[in-house]
Design a protein. Structure first.
Ligand SMILES: C[S@@+](CC[C@H](N)C(=O)[O-])C[C@H]1O[C@@H](n2cnc3c(N)ncnc32)[C@H](O)[C@@H]1O
Length: 243
């Protein structure tokens, strides 16, 4: 039998930054959740340019949290006249927020009215906290959010998809080493599509210290994910780690 989910506990630091007592780490940088999503995750994956002219573009995220990265990606897709036909955003989450806490978090951190409106739409579709996969559709089904409420260590090996961009956002390696193991990176490498890229808020130094197996830090802080599997073509996923 599957274990019941343990929901996230919503807390705030004195400066208003949402914080997880469970992991002793912050959900977003003090600079601001929206800015971090834009600079680290969208720009880090060269979005929106990379989805131009594509029929489907798939993002895979470790750690949905409050879904700020999803909301910013959805907003960027909406604002882009050259957007891909379909955006598929797949995100794993071991400790999802209860709906009331999700709404409380949005009320506290979202000052941009356009993002707040998308957040409200997401909250109105928020699934029950039941382990497993929940598929949500927005914008006439052109934006699909697949939420996998489970431990990524177990769920990633079972996913079937080709990711174009990875958002590695499962807290810092020092605070949450379970999401930075060779096994997790082996799963991510298996899911990487041709030319996939990834971005993370964690610094190159953090990653060097983590036992991230196939994720390697190169000169200049660039990250490289080794994706050679027996009998399968080599695919490189590169992005710059913030220093
Ligand atoms: C930094 S927060 C993510 C912020 C989020 N991406 C956003 O845009 O709001 C990290 C998230 O990773 C989740 N997490 C930690 N360990 C996990 C695991 N093993 N599997 C899945 N999710 C995990 C945490 O519960 C937390 O919600």
């Amino acid at each position: 039998m599957t274990d019941p989910l343990i929901p996230a506990v919503l807390s705030f630091r004195d400066n208003g930054t949402p914080f997880s007592p469970l992991y002793d780490d912050i959900y977003h940088s003090a600079v601001g959740a929206l800015e971090q999503a834009h600079y680290v995750f969208l720009r880090g994956n060269a979005l929106p340019e990379r989805w131009h002219g594509r029929r489907v573009f798939t993002v895979l995220e470790t750690g949905f949290g409050m879904g700020i990265n999803f909301l910013m990606t959805w907003a960027a897709w909406r604002a882009d006249s050259s957007r891909c036909e379909r955006l598929h955003f797949v995100s794993t989450e071991k400790h999802p927020f209860a709906l009331a806490d999700l709404r409380r978090a949005y009320a506290a951190i979202l000052s941009d009215p356009a993002i707040a409106a998308l957040a409200d739409t997401l909250a109105s579709e928020w699934p029950m906290l039941v382990p497993g996969t929940h598929r949500l559709e927005f914008d006439e089904g052109r934006v699909v959010l697949t939420l996998v409420f489970a431990d990524a260590q177990q769920s990633l090996p079972n996913l079937r998809l080709r990711a174009d961009a990875f958002y590695l956002d499962g807290f810092a390696p020092a605070k949450n080493p379970e999401l930075w193991t060779p096994a997790v990176f082996k799963s991510l490498a298996r899911l990487a599509g041709e030319g996939a890229t990834f971005a993370t808020y964690s610094s190159a130094g953090d990653i060097k210290r983590a036992d991230a197996g196939r994720l390697r830090v190169q000169k200049g802080g660039r990250l490289r994910l080794e994706t050679r599997d027996a009998g399968r073509p080599f695919r490189a996923a590169l992005a710059r780690a913030p220093s």
